[in-house]
Design a binder for this molecule. Sequence first.
Ligand SMILES: N[C@@H](CCC(=O)N[C@@H](CS)C(=O)NCC(=O)O)C(=O)O
Length: 203
Amino acid sequence: MITLYHAPNSRSVRVYATLEELGLQYEVKHLKFPEDVRSDAYRKINPLARVPALADGGTSLFESGAIIQYLLARYGRGRLEPSVSSEDFPVYLQWFHCAEATFLPPVSDLIQHTMVLPEDERVPGVIPWSQKRIRANLDVLETAVSGGGFLAGGAFSAADIMMAYTLHLVKLVQLFDANDHPNIGAWLTKIESRPAWGLAVGG
Ligand SMILES: N[C@@H](CCC(=O)N[C@@H](CS)C(=O)NCC(=O)O)C(=O)O
């Protein structure tokens, strides 16, 4: 049995949506954030005390992108990613990883320094700097989805799942305006209307 360790609005949304899109049998352990995630019991599952983590029989792993790549390699049967020989494959990898490695850090910095850290640990200068980086990233994404399809060509893929979660956070900090980035707005609407996404975000 596959077990997903999940907290609402966390990166585990990505894995939840992937499990659902693939139609796999799985159970979800719902963790309260942050208390359950930082507990000693959960550190036995993920010593980094972060969500998501996934257990699959004797295998357990953390890191949302790695978990999704694991699921696709083991159970994907070619779904949610272009084949390695496809011309869409390099761009698929690029956006898949860019979502967490480049686009998410300024959003996380902004959230930490406006909502999460104790007030005396917040650095005010981080706020305009993060906002600027988020806007610059959105401008690049706007061009990437200007063709009206998905991030890796015409087909929905795990790169869209990875990036849609990052945009979910950008919306949470109210830095997304579809009037400024209409292509992203249209792309996001397609993803948000998928039942798997609705379940993952609502659960
Ligand atoms: N790069 C990791 C990041 C995991 C991560 O930082 N998750 C956050 C929630 S979105 C977390 O669990 N934070 C723990 C905390 O703030 O105590 C991934 O993509 O899985």
